[in-house]
Design a protein around this ligand. Structure first.
Ligand code: MF3
Ligand code: CO
Length: 282
């Protein structure tokens, strides 16, 4: 059953989504080589509690043992925070969920610690762009399959990446997982009709190599079968007529990302390319 939200409820969900964005911006401040992801997870838990909310992932399905999912390199999603230190060239997807005033926010962002190289930067950029390709289709009158098709076309068809099939986006509201499921692949014009007030978490999980994944012995950590990197971006959106309303906010995360010299961005890559060109390096 799909649950359509009133305008007032959507405003509450925007607060929840924005709290996740703010938390991700705090993460962007402290990311650097040498930091371990367990200490990031601790900060995430404290920040959420300080803002009168609770981390929704903790004890999810009676078993998820951390506040957040922190997925490094070949970990696709649901990575456990650990005491292992991050190093130059790692890519780190941070996925955070909160419950604020009974409403869920759930979104994610992938960061590069130092320079992971041009191929991985391209995977990050294309995955982020594909999220917006999907969001463009999240409008009244379209169908769920239109979102997945747009993401699949941009990433797998045009760039040859692997779109993870085993995990999907979802409806979001008073529960973290509501109908409908939102796959990152699909057939145009197929699936449930999208109507105004439907709130969705759209979350492409895109692999450099094979789309195939497996789950570790811990029962949660999802990894690529070929050990190649994977990128995950997630936004919370509300279906509207004409253009979707994006409830989460990447701009506050991106600002901190640009300011943190330990994080590599597309702007850094372009500056590097320019400098190399002017020195005659190809
Ligand atoms: N964004 C993920 C999802 O939509 C977060 C779930 S992690 C869990 O399923 F720990 F809560 F399972
Ligand atoms: Co989600």
């Amino acid at each position: 059953m799909m649950i359509y939200k009133t305008d007032e409820q959507v405003e509450l969900m925007r607060k929840s989504a924005r709290l996740v964005s703010k938390t991700l911006a705090e993460v962007a401040k402290i990311l650097k080589p040498g930091i371990d992801t367990l200490s990031i997870d601790k900060m995430i838990g404290e920040f959420i509690h300080d803002h009168k909310a609770v981390p929704s992932f903790l004890n999810y399905q009676g078993s998820y043992p951390f506040n957040s999912c922190i997925s490094v390199n070949d970990v696709v999603v649901h990575g456990f925070p650990t005491k292992k230190e991050l190093k130059e060239g790692d890519i780190v997807s941070v996925d955070i969920g909160v419950i604020l005033n009974d409403w869920h926010g759930d979104h994610a962002y992938t960061f590069a610690i130092g320079d992971p190289g041009p191929e991985v930067m391209q995977l990050i950029q294309v995955t982020k762009e594909s999220l917006y390709k999907g969001i463009e289709k999240a409008v009244a009158g379209n169908r769920v399959g239109d979102i997945g098709f747009a993401i699949w076309e941009y990433t797998e068809k045009n760039h040859g990446y692997g779109v993870v099939r085993d995990l999907v986006g979802h409806g979001l509201g008073r529960n973290m997982h509501e109908a409908p499921q939102v796959p990152n692949y699909g057939k145009r014009g197929s699936g449930s009709k999208l109507k105004e007030g439907l709130t969705l978490a759209i979350e492409p999980m895109i692999n450099m190599g094979t789309r195939e994944v497996f789950t570790d012995k811990d029962g949660w950590t999802v990894r690529t079968k070929d050990g190649k990197p994977s990128v995950h971006f997630e936004h919370d959106v509300c279906v509207k007529k004409g253009t979707a309303d994006i409830l989460s906010d990447y701009s506050i995360i991106e600002k901190v990302e640009e300011e943190n010299e330990n994080l590599f961005t597309m702007a850094d890559r372009d500056a590097f390319a320019k400098a190399s060109a002017s020195k005659g390096i190809s």
